[in-house]
Design a protein. Structure first.
Length: 302
């Protein structure tokens, strides 16, 4: 618990703001989930309140994850503040606009029916561009600067940011495809073509939390750094395979749940290996904590 509270207490001002805003966005997603359940609304379609739920939950989690992962990077304070501030503002704008359109009962994306709806759709596209540019900045810093001292954490942060870029690039492709189809007079095609890439976008979006969290948890085990690095390498490889398989399925129009057996087995194996590394990290925490408490007790006894 102390380790978790220290993330907040040791955080810089831009990071604390991002954590607070991320929590608010996440709570917004939860609140809209309750609204959707209570009203018995549909979970499908571009008019569903589901979009307010998924955007709130996803952006809230991603914003906090990016702020936390970036806290390990060695960057100039001003650059860190500008990048994180821009990412925070863009995240708020994306969630707020999508939520507003959900309450209005109109599509948030690829909607050019009125001048206001066009403004919203284009603002969402610009916000997506800001997200891409800020993550490029963080990724460049992660790859160029020394970063965390522990090689395992350094690898996890770098890999998480690269995969996040894949997710955001996929989102940009989704928007581009949808806009072309909608402008061509076929809005239904816009949602269909963009929606086919959702599995890749979703899978790649949260590697920025999973991989650094794994490396962070391993620090509380009794394993040496060489072992921790090997576990993180295994997780990065498994995540890369899972992302690649889902990506190939998404771009070829294959439903991940109805994919050919070899692809299903490969993605299931990659997911199992990734989950296994997390279980391995969690299973090593309690013995290490207990051992540390014994050592502290002996030290006090002296």
């Amino acid at each position: 618990m102390n380790a978790l509270t220290r993330i907040w207490s040791d955080g810089r001002r831009p990071e604390r703001i991002a954590y607070a805003v991320g929590a608010a966005l996440f709570l917004s997603g939860l609140a809209h989930a309750l609204v959707l359940i209570a009203t018995g609304g549909s979970w499908l379609g571009p008019l569903s309140m589901r979009k307010a739920v998924t955007f709130g939950l996803s952006f809230g989690l991603t914003l906090a994850s990016v702020a936390w992962a970036a806290s390990f990077l060695t960057m100039r304070p001003r650059l860190r503040g500008v990048l994180l501030g821009a990412f925070t503002a863009a995240s708020v704008a994306e969630v707020a606009l999508v939520t507003m359109q959900a309450w209005r009962g109109v599509p948030s994306h690829f909607n050019f029916e009125t001048s206001f709806d066009t403004f919203v759709s284009m603002t969402l596209a610009v916000g997506g561009g800001v997200l891409v540019l800020t993550v490029i900045g963080f990724t460049a810093a992660a790859l160029v600067e020394p970063g965390p001292a522990a090689p395992s954490l350094r690898l996890a942060v770098r890999a998480g940011l690269v995969v996040l870029l894949v997710a955001l690039a996929t989102g940009a492709v989704m928007i581009g495809r949808g806009v072309v189809a909608a402008r061509g007079g076929d809005p239904q095609l816009a949602y269909t073509t963009a929606g086919s890439l959702k599995p890749l976008h979703a899978v790649a979006m949260h590697a920025i939390l999973v991989l650094p969290a794994l490396a962070w948890l391993l620090r509380f085990t009794g394993h040496p750094e060489a072992h921790r690095l090997q576990v993180v390498k295994t997780a990065v490889a498994a995540d890369a395979v899972l992302t690649a398989v889902i990506g190939a399925e998404s771009f070829t129009g294959i439903d991940p749940l109805a994919a050919p057996l070899p692809l299903l087995l490969l993605s299931a194996l990659a997911a199992a290996v990734l989950a296994g590394t997390g279980i391995h990290a969690l299973s090593g925490i309690e013995p290490a904590v207990r051992f540390a408490r014994v050592l502290n007790g002996k030290a006090r006894g002296r």
